[in-house]
Design a protein around this ligand. Structure first.
Ligand code: ATP
Ligand code: MG
Length: 560
């Protein structure tokens, strides 16, 4: 019996290998590779987002699991969109996730080598300079059903092509005047083989190579060769690149260089979330969010400011796994993972956001008791915080109800409730203003119900509170999802994605906190008891501490 269970577990474990792990284990077993080397290849044209986190977890995760390494290689072949601001933020985000790259490299490091290979292809009659415009080239490519048309410049001699290509390099031509194309097959069933463009002219300053180059290699002529130069064993990218793979292999075979191989997985899509860098940039530029690190953004700097933890994100990436089919993941799973992590680790504090004054009429005026309260229930023997109790308190307005239904276990007229960590109180009188609004509750407390004082007496409800005189006022930024449409790939044609911005994605509030909150040194989000997880924001000043809502406390969601 027990043997069966062990065997079952083993089968389970073997079945659980994802397809990339299967490939790698096989490659190691058959000796195709001795050790694995992966790479993470961001284009430095924006900030990393949750989709990149998945790619990072896969690339670094596989290397870690199989004792290999991962290079960080910037795919910086598009000088007009790239910037060192992005280069720096990408490194910061990867480190924050807890990954360490082996080498920091740039596609631009290989521009000389790529140029040399281009000349080699020209000399072998496998590339030519084309004078057609971008439109003519696109049109000439044909369609999936119909073959393309050969360029009138396709028959140029090797000498002429070499001369023209060198003139392109030397800056003799304007942007778009000429391109270098591979000479493969204009009727090829794979459109990418219909004389793909290898180089284009771009008189632009590059963030690393400066003004050295005015021609830049295209993605397809760059990526595989860079992988090959670095001896990347498994070049892992998202599914949309599978149609590029034959061309990736063609360049490597034609040039006779190290055979890196490309593998594709499904990119991460999340409900209520957009991850296209172009659109995220538009949100930032139009001021629709407060910047790349706005806590509503799906960027890693955004979710970090929101209070998401690397552990929560990694748990999420682990749970969603690696698949070969496009998937729209439920953002509630991500939120659940973040909550799982924070629930286990975060410190607890009491904060009232919609205060109602509560006076304990039989509690001596001027008296203060400091209660030792558990800071973090995950460590019952661990640290405590001191919480002051006095005659005048705030409770949440929603924790009192005048005409309460039977099932309402919080405070009601003549009802009893425990003030968390302290006494049971009873509501004796409801004070109202001239308009009938409740302005104060007058209560009595039962001194014998002090925890540890005598026999424990239970009441159904427990509510949080703060001592008015000791409360510290906060600015609270209650964040919610940025968009209202679950599947943001389904924006109707007559609408724009910006039409689905959630007007309530940020609701400002004030809060009154127990004083210990402001001395919290945990560095991660804390739990406002009974409310949610919150993290102190960098906008805080001594006079105006600011807290961002990371997640609400409860959610009916349960992962399968
Ligand atoms: P975007 O389309 O958002 O601009 P990108 O693919 O152009 O993203 P890159 O900087 O080129 O961004 O991406 C670096 C790596 O991260 C690539 O290997 C890419 O495939 C991967 N990646 C990007 N977006 C996702 C995603 N949503 N899910 C998984 N991996 C992703
Ligand atoms: Mg890209």
């Amino acid at each position: 019996m027990s043997l069966n269970i062990i065997q079952l577990n083993k089968v389970e474990e073997e079945r659980k290998l994802n397809f990339l792990e299967e490939i790698i284990e096989n490659d190691l077993k058959t000796g195709k590779v001795d050790s694995i080397l992966t790479r993470f290849p961001p284009e430095p044209n924006g900030y990393l987002h949750l989709g990149h986190a998945k790619s990072l977890c896969i690339n670094f995760g596989l290397a870690q699991k199989y004792g290999g390494k991962t290079n960080l290689r910037y795919d910086d072949t598009n000088p007009t969109k790239e910037d060192t601001e992005y280069v720096d933020s990408i490194k910061e985000d990867i480190k924050w996730l807890g990954f360490q790259w082996d080498k920091e490299l740039y596609a631009s490091d290989y521009f000389d080598q790529l140029y040399e290979w281009a000349e080699q292809l020209i000399e072998r009659g496998l590339a030519y300079v084309d004078d057609q415009t971008q439109e003519e080239i696109s049109k000439g490519r044909g369609t999936v059903e119909t073959p393309g048309k050969e360029s009138p410049w396709r028959g140029r001699s090797v000498e002429e092509n070499l001369k023209l290509f060198r003139e392109m390099r030397d800056g003799k031509y304007a942007d778009g005047e000429k391109v270098l194309r591979a000479k493969i097959d204009m009727a090829h069933p794979n459109m990418f083989f219909r004389d793909p463009i290898l180089y284009r002219i771009k008189h632009a300053h590059h963030h690393r190579t400066g003004d050295k180059w005015c021609i830049y290699p295209m993605y397809d002529f760059t990526h595989g060769q860079c992988d090959s130069i670095e001896h990347i064993t498994h070049s892992i990218c998202t599914l949309e690149f599978d149609v590029h793979r034959p061309l990736y292999d063609w360049f490597i075979e034609t040039l006779g260089i190290y055979p890196s191989h490309q593998y594709e997985f499904a990119r991460l899509n999340l409900t209520y979330t957009l991850m296209s860098k172009r659109k995220l940039l538009e949100l930032v530029q139009k001021g629709l969010v407060a910047g790349w690190d706005d806590p509503r953004m799906p960027t890693l700097c955004g979710v970090r400011r929101r209070g998401y933890t690397p552990e929560g994100l990694k748990l999420f990436c682990d749970k969603i796994g690696v698949s070969k089919r496009d998937q729209l993941m439920d953002i509630q799973l991500l939120e659940w993972c973040v909550r799982q992590d924070l629930n286990a680790r975060s410190n607890r504090y009491m904060v009232v956001q919609d205060p109602l004054k509560l006076t304990i009429i039989n509690y001596p005026e001027g008296q203060v008791e400091w209660f030792d309260c558990t800071l973090n229930p995950a460590e019952p023997e661990g640290a405590t915080r001191k919480v002051p109790f006095s005659r005048e308190l705030y409770i949440e307005r929603a924790d009192f109800m005048e005409d309460a239904p039977k099932k309402f276990f919080r405070l009601k007229p003549d009802g009893e409730v425990r003030l968390k960590y302290t006494y049971i109180i009873k509501c004796e009188e409801v004070v109202k203003d001239a308009d009938g609004n409740i302005t104060e509750l007058r209560c009595t407390y039962d001194p014998s119900t002090r925890p540890g004082a005598g026999e424990w007496r239970s009441v159904k409800g427990t509510i949080h509170w703060v001592s008015t005189a000791h409360a510290r006022e906060l600015e609270i930024r209650n964040y919610d999802r940025l968009f209202t449409l679950a599947d943001m790939s389904q924006v109707p044609e007559d609408k724009d994605y910006k039409d689905f911005l959630n007007p309530d994605s940020l609701v400002l509030a004030r809060g009154w906190a127990e004083p210990a909150l402001l001395d919290d040194a945990s560095g991660i989000a804390v739990q406002f008891e009974r409310t949610g997880y919150y993290i102190k924001d960098a906008d805080s000043t001594p006079d105006n501490p600011v807290f961002n809502r990371t997640a609400t406390l409860k959610d009916s969601y349960k992962p399968e």
